[in-house]
Design a protein around this ligand. Structure first.
Ligand code: ADP
Length: 491
């Protein structure tokens, strides 16, 4: 299927790196080989980019290190002004950024536009926070000494980001790093590098110096990760991606004792109690489960429904799911795009088949969608149990397994029985239960009667094997700073 528009409309956004040759975006810099970027809805090649190497990564770190003193010394207000300019340019190009994201990632354009706005919100927020990196004056226990703290940017930062939010996972790391006075080298996912190039182009247009924010684009993820982790000049590694890769990076960073920010996998429970507002719970679940075709780390992975409303809830959810329309995200009215690649579809297929074999009932869907190779029908599974692989592994697809429970204690026990602890959701109108369950859930984020919890002002992050640190909010800036204590004697 041909693109409904010519790719040359994106050249102004990609001119830091690409030209158009024979209808494909091609990066101009020479390197060892190239890699292809596919449109997951059509499997067409949309770009062919230089496949960068470990040596390129080292050179980028050299430049980031050299640029650090001047960037760090710049008044926070000046760095803030550059970030605001970047934010303004993203607003100006929001529609093209969204379309470009849909082409490489698959999510419907309206949703992509939502992500562009969400991503930009971190730049605006950290432009503001840059000016508020306060230290403190500590009342001294000695009359001749004065004790103060100052906060300083940690130094060169390395970042590795995933494909499911090709824009926002970048801005959520780059904006606070730059605001804090750090320089940053970013390796975006090889599946979605074009959104990263576009963000870089606009950052340069905004006046952010070239060496302060650099990209390394490559399929040689392990080689590049290795350099980033072992280089002692890199003082912080920030990563969003899978738990196994996060653990590997954590081990690799041990030798240089780097500060780590890790946003890893989740296994979000979505609990609906008998006393819930069912309409609100369905609405919340549709958002928490099906956005981005289920490919977010805070997507509801297991839906726990109390006995008394289980059958009604399943019926109502099946009806709500009829409103989902699968197809190419560039077309009008599509709510559910393709999964990112064949591996992702095969995983969803395996999990649903294993659940079926273990006794679960597939009420709706349960197979690939006829729209094309990467598509899967939004699926509802009932009679799921907590021990099924479908409820233990991250599905990352449009499948909702419903588990039946009878008591609050049982729901909390099932919800907490996982090594992950990123996001959880529950619906109840009982205020006592809202507090009890909110406190008992071992998760970094809990949506109470709400399915959309993420925004720039709130701390995003997990506990247990879901990660370390927080992104967004005022804590997101602290993650890129060190506290320095100054003790002044002889007063
Ligand atoms: P996903 O399953 O969501 O693709 P990954 O953890 O594999 O999650 O990928 C997230 C990011 O981590 C991507 O940018 C990917 O290229 C990168 N990555 C994958 N393997 C490694 C590795 N061994 N070292 C460093 N980065 C890696």
């Amino acid at each position: 299927m041909a693109q409904p528009f010519a790719l040359d409309r994106f050249l102004p956004l990609l001119n830091s790196c690409c030209t158009l040759q024979d209808g494909v975006l091609v990066s101009s810099s020479a390197a060892e080989g190239t890699f292809e970027v596919l449109n997951p809805a059509t499997q067409e090649v949309i770009a062919r980019l230089a496949n960068q190497t470990a040596a390129d990564t080292e050179e980028a770190i050299d430049r980031a290190e050299a640029a650090l003193p001047a960037w760090r010394a710049m008044p926070a207000k000046s760095r803030s002004a550059l970030l605001k300019q970047w934010f303004a340019l993203i607003q100006q190009h929001a529609d093209d950024l969204a379309l470009l994201m849909t082409l490489e990632q698959g999510k419907p354009v309206a949703e992509a536009l939502g992500e562009v706005q969400y991503g930009a919100s971190f730049i605006e927020w950290f432009a503001e926070e840059a000016k508020r990196a306060y230290g403190e004056v500590i009342p001294s226990p000695m009359s001749n000494r004065r004790l103060v703290t100052v906060r300083q940017g940690i130094g060169v930062v390395a970042a590795i980001t995933p494909w499911n939010f090709p824009n926002a996972m970048i801005t959520r790391k780059v904006a606070p790093a730059l605001a804090a006075g750090c320089t940053i080298v970013l390796k975006p996912s090889e599946e979605t590098p074009l959104s990263a190039i576009a963000l870089l182009t606009l950052a340069r247009e905004a006046g952010i110096p070239e060496e302060v924010f650099q990209l390394v684009m490559s399929t040689r993820a392990a080689d590049i990760g290795d350099v980033m982790c072992h280089d002692s000049r890199v003082r912080k590694l920030t990563f969003t991606g899978s738990t196994p890769v996060g653990k590997l990076l954590m081990r690799q960073c041990a030798d240089t004792v780097k500060k780590l920010g890790l946003e890893l996998g989740g296994n979000a429970p979505f609990i609906v109690f008998d006393d819930a507002d069912i309409d609100a719970a369905i609405k919340g679940l549709m958002l928490a489960k099906f956005r981005n075709a289920g490919q977010t780390c805070i997507c509801a992975n297991r839906v726990l429904v109390q006995d008394g409303i289980y059958d009604t809830f399943a019926e109502r959810l099946a009806q709500a799911m009829d409103a989902l329309t699968v197809g190419n995200g560039t077309e009008q009215g599509i709510t559910t795009g393709p999964l990112i690649n064949e591996r992702a579809v095969a995983k969803v297929e395996r999990l649903v088949n294993e659940a079926r074999e273990a006794g679960a009932k597939v009420i709706r869907g349960g197979q690939r969608d006829s729209s094309g190779q990467g598509f899967y029908v939004p699926t509802l599974v009932t009679q799921a149990t907590a021990d099924m692989s479908l409820c233990r592994e991250e599905i990352f697809g449009p499948v909702a397994p419903l588990i039946r429970f009878s008591t609050e204690e049982e729901a909390v026990a099932i919800a907490n029985d996982t090594p992950f602890g990123l996001a959880a959701y529950f619906y109840s109108r009982d205020i006592g239960r809202a507090w009890r369950v909110g406190e008992a859930l071992e998760y970094g984020m809990v949506g109470i009667n709400e399915g959309g919890i993420s925004n720039e002002v709130a701390p995003f992050g997990g506990v247990k094997e879901s990660g370390l640190g927080r992104e967004g909010s005022r804590h997101g800036l602290e993650e890129f700073m060190e506290i320095k204590y100054l003790c002044m004697g002889g007063v």
